[in-house]
Design a protein around this ligand. Structure first.
Ligand code: FPP
Length: 261
């Protein structure tokens, strides 16, 4: 059973082995954390291994971070697993990643379900094999009514692609006379995003040194705070995750207004 550090169901915090937990400001916890898990290839290279070994190691990190986020009581965790641009990678690497997603669902589904995780995929599922699409649907259906952390996996996902799909849906409704252009507002767009149902993204973490969004959650990150680290994703630890949350708690979020005195 995963421990619950703050509130939530399950047993309360016992001897947390992460002293940093004490430093998290419970009142200023991000509701939704999004992560660009970058640097798998560089990590592998650094170890003298082939690139795909970095992805395998990356899955281990992902498991730890999901558990930590759930323990802490984060409402939603979104991870960038495969972008619409990642198809440009060598076939062997793409195939490997597809197998890894499938294996991950096979191996982790039961435990995630027991822990009340609600898994959800963002992106164009039709780009994947029939078998993988079936697995994705089954996982989503199984966990639909769970009450724990919402875990979004962005796969074959691109923020621009997502917004194009939203625009197509809205344009269709206008063309059919079901919606007037004047009635379109931010909520209309929100309702059609892949992330619909998740709270707004509060914090975006990117590992491995690059400081860009890379077509990730373009709409959703409008008011997000950003936190970057040089650590490659396979070396990213729960301690560092907590460090990002601590830093988030100190940020002055004004949402275009002025700081309240
Ligand atoms: C970026 O590192 C990482 C990816 C493109 C894949 C991310 C996938 C995982 C962490 C594992 C699988 C995930 C799930 C949901 C099971 P990179 O390869 O671009 O690294 P580099 O920039 O150093 O080359």
């Amino acid at each position: 059973m995963w421990k619950k550090i703050f509130g939530g169901k399950g047993s309360p915090s016992d001897s947390s082995n992460l002293p940093l937990f004490d430093r998290i400001d419970r009142e200023r916890l991000p509701r939704h954390v999004a992560v660009i898990m970058d640097g798998n290839g560089r990590w592998a290279q650094g170890q003298g291994l082939i690139r795909t070994a970095g992805h395998t190691a990356g899955v281990k990190t992902l498991k730890r971070i999901l558990k930590t986020a759930s323990d802490i009581g984060i409402e939603a965790l979104t991870v960038y697993a495969f972008s619409t641009e990642n198809w440009k990678r060598p076939h062997g690497e793409v195939d490997f990643l597809m197998k890894l997603f499938s294996e991950y669902l096979d191996k982790e589904l039961q435990e995630m379900n027991e822990e009340q995780v609600r898994i959800h995929f963002l992106g164009r599922m039709e780009g994947f094999s029939e078998a993988l699409q079936r697995q994705v649907r089954q996982a989503e259906d199984l966990m639909r009514n769970n009450t724990g952390i919402r875990f979004n996996i962005a796969a074959n996902y691109g923020g621009q692609d997502e917004l194009v799909r939203v625009m197509q849906t809205i344009a269709r409704q206008v063309a059919e006379g079901k919606l007037s252009p004047e009635a379109i507002d931010e909520q209309t767009v929100e309702r059609h995003l892949d992330t619909y149902g998740s709270p707004p993204v509060d914090l975006v973490i990117r590992t491995s040194g690059d400081m860009r969004l890379s077509n990730f959650l373009l709409w959703q990150a409008a008011y997000a705070e950003f936190w970057f680290t040089d650590t490659n994703w396979p070396d990213f630890t729960p301690e560092e995750f907590v460090e990002a949350l601590v830093e988030f708690g100190k940020r002055d979020r004004r949402f275009g207004g002025l700081t309240k005195k």
